[in-house]
Design a protein around this ligand. Structure first.
Ligand code: UDX
Length: 429
């Protein structure tokens, strides 16, 4: 019989963790603070775009192993394990803001059963396990770090087929109890101390961001020397020591994790006396990439975009998600709007008429052709596969000027050039 588990926070990490743990046979109660969210989740309505999550939530509810309650204190009473899956947003100074985590710890402390294990699933700064223990004020309760490695859009697959599960526990016996929860899963379980577990998470995200910034910088070099970055990356990736993952050049990296975690790691290092220059330049290279893409667009409009009409395909920070947080596409569009361009955008995951503040000043349309109508340049900023299937004969007729900036190397430049388009990708001449 599975363990009794409480999940605090039902965002893409909490909901995925709860649904997958109930799928593994555990009895899971998820808590949130938004009544409407608890009600709709209890009806099996999943508000986020995560492949396979709807089915697992429906299965868990159907089999009586997954339920939703309002308020953390109502979820933890008889739980052996309590996962904290709360936001740890980037604070003004770049450090992670732990206020949600600390508030939850204070709230659940008095309600936990003896010997319960509180598990930090959220990405938290090194040393946070101790912070949570202090707020719980329960010496008979354990605190463990168990960072998530879930990518948005593939969170369920990443949870059920992990490369590794990382557990940071002061008491190895408690670490083993948490490891047991994952015993049905493939991949290695690494039990270490809390500080190492918390550091593994930041180091992993920072290194993935480093890989992407490196390949974006190499793309800039390729453009100057006349090399094709796609072949350069293929040649690099065949070296098993380098690998071919996370080496796809693009508009820069974004999302709810890389920007937050890379800044947080710089701050964590600095707070402990180390100036992490390498990571600072990874962040700077990323900012530079946004400017490089904006300049590519401006080059097609005679060097300035003022008064020009730019069509954009893609607003989300990557394809297969509806998340706009720290989206490179929006960062690039902001730069264009600031110097007087008009932007009309289409994204399959963004409804026209949306009132999201991050989209202020951008005209959102319902299809890719409406976006290009009369535009001076088309910029592809997110790699939605459907953009490959658009009728470019129709696009050619609709565009004012047949200019395409493909910031994801998604399209076939040679075919478009043969159709009379001026085409500029990333790292390709
Ligand atoms: C990331 C980590 O991958 C995940 O392990 C962690 O738990 C959370 O943060 P996520 O933020 O969902 O996941 O997005 P990811 O798929 O990693 O992409 C991050 C950014 O890098 C996106 O903007 C994406 O477009 C960009 N990217 C990714 C590239 O530009 N090139 C690549 O090769 C891969």
């Amino acid at each position: 019989m599975g363990s009794k588990i409480a999940i605090i926070g039902t965002g893409y990490v909490g909901l995925t963790t709860g649904a997958c743990l109930s799928h593994l046979g555990h009895r899971v109660v998820c808590a949130d603070v938004v009544p409407e969210k608890v009600e709709s989740l209890s009806r099996g309505e999943v508000p986020i775009l995560e492949a396979g999550l709807d089915e697992l939530v429906a299965e868990g509810i159907e089999e009586g192993r997954l339920s939703f309650v309002l308020g953390a204190e109502h979820a933890v009473g008889d739980a052996e394990f309590v996962f904290l899956c709360l936001p740890t947003p980037q604070g003004a100074d770049g450090a992670a803001d732990l206020s949600f985590i600390k508030a939850a710890a204070r709230e659940i402390g008095p309600h936990l059963q003896a010997d319960a294990v509180v598990i930090n699933k959220s990405t938290v700064p090194v040393g946070s396990a101790g912070e949570v223990a202090k707020k719980l004020e329960r010496p008979d309760v354990h605190v463990v770090s168990n960072p998530e490695f879930l990518r948005e859009g593939t969170a369920v697959a990443d949870f059920l087929h992990p490369d590794r599960v990382v557990i940071g526990a002061d008491d190895p016996e408690v670490g083993k109890r948490v490891a047991e929860l994952y015993s049905a899963l493939p991949g290695e379980v690494l039990v270490t101390d809390p500080a190492s577990a918390e550091t593994i998470k930041y180091a992993s995200n920072a290194f993935l961001a480093t890989k992407i910034s490196f390949v974006n910088a190499m793309a800039a070099v390729c453009e100057e020397v006349g090399a094709d970055v796609v072949d350069v990356v293929r040649g690099m990736g065949l070296d098993q020591r380098i690998g071919d993952k996370f080496l796809v050049p693009g508009p820069g990296w974004g999302g709810s994790c890389f920007p937050k975690d890379s800044h947080a790691l710089v701050r964590i290092a600095e707070n402990h006396g180390y100036q992490f220059g390498l990571l600072r330049s990874v962040i700077a290279t990323n900012e530079e990439q946004f400017g490089r893409v904006a300049n590519k667009i401006a080059r097609f409009t005679g060097g300035a975009v003022e008064g020009k009409r730019i069509a954009v395909w893609g607003l989300t920070f990557k394809a297969h998600t509806d998340d706009l947080r720290d989206s490179p596409a929006i960062n690039i569009i902001r730069r264009l709007l600031e110097v007087g361009a008009t932007v009309r955008a289409y994204d399959p995951a963004v409804e026209p008429g949306t009132t999201d503040a991050r989209l202020a000043g951008i005209e959102i349309v319902a299809d890719p052709y409406a976006a290009v109508d009369g535009a001076d340049v088309l910029a592809v900023l997110t790699e939605w596969p459907e953009f490959r299937d658009v009728d470019f004969g129709r696009v050619a007729g609709a565009l004012g000027e047949r200019n395409v900036v493909d910031a994801r190397n998604l399209l076939d430049g040679a075919v478009l050039k043969a159709q009379g388009f001026a085409y500029d990708g990333i790292g390709r001449s």
